[in-house]
Design a binder for this molecule. Structure first.
Ligand code: HEC
Length: 205
């Protein structure tokens, strides 16, 4: 029985001394049994190269080609931008209809309402529990002034603590959500002037 203890202690000591304290910092170079591909011949970005005639490592894109993922059939529809600026209005290629609004409501209530609230005013379940979470109140005048393309961009790329919804909402769905956000903003900022004269009279306004 004594040997079992001795062998056990010997194994512990030899394991620790062979493997070392992984992650511990030391000044001497590590013992590399297999080289971990830490060092290999490669070009760093923006470095020089004697191989290419112009002396640069970086190659320019081949003429008349478009990089994968960089081609947009309808740039505004897919990026929300016209050139480098966020565009205003919905993309021409999209038919604005009640069906699109309904789709936007459906997607908004699934993906956005948990944080921004069903009315868009940040009165949500998240606000109740994550008190410090700076969820944006989308009905604020600040966001009324956002171009539609910028709202689309926030959904596509996320912003600050909010992550991207590009993998959950298709391009059309994202625009549908933008459309519905506009409806929420309109609803939250309505005034008596939005009513018909008959309705106003009925309410005594
Ligand atoms: C997990 C919580 C969460 C969800 C879900 C969420 N958001 Fe947000 N959203 C935030 C937070 C937090 C911010 C504030 C971001 C910041 O400034 O750090 C924000 C900011 C925004 C803004 C303003 C961005 C700006 O420029 O200040 C818009 C617009 C917005 N969200 C739209 C949406 C839409 C549309 C959805 C659904 C597709 C959505 N959000 C889903 C948390 C969320």
């Amino acid at each position: 029985m004594r040997y079992v203890y001795l062998i056990f202690i010997f194994l512990v000591i030899s394991t620790i001394s062979i493997l070392g304290f992984r992650g511990a910092k030391k000044l001497s170079p590590p013992l590399e049994v297999f080289d971990d591909m830490d060092r290999m011949p490669k070009y760093m970005p923006q470095s020089e190269s004697a191989f290419f005639a112009d002396g640069r490592t970086d190659r320019l894109p081949v003429e008349n080609t478009v990089a994968r993922g960089a081609y947009y059939e309808d740039e505004y529809m897919e990026t929300g931008k016209i050139g480098t600026e966020f565009g205003k209005g919905m993309p021409d290629g999209l038919e604005i209809s009640n069906a699109l609004m309904d789709r936007g409501e459906d997607r908004y209530n699934i993906y956005c309402a948990v944080c921004h609230g069903q009315a868009g005013n940040a009165d949500s379940i998240i606000k109740k529990y994550a008190v410090t979470m700076p969820v944006a109140d989308l009905t604020q005048p600040f966001f009324l002034n956002y171009p539609d393309g910028q709202l689309y961009d926030v959904i596509t790329n996320g912003k600050g603590l909010m992550f991207s919804y590009a993998d959950k909402l298709s391009v059309e769905d994202r625009w549908a959500v933008v459309l519905y956000m506009r409806a929420l903003q309109r609803a939250a900022n309505g005034t008596a002037n939005d009513l018909t004269p008959a309705k106003r009279e009925e309410l005594g306004l």
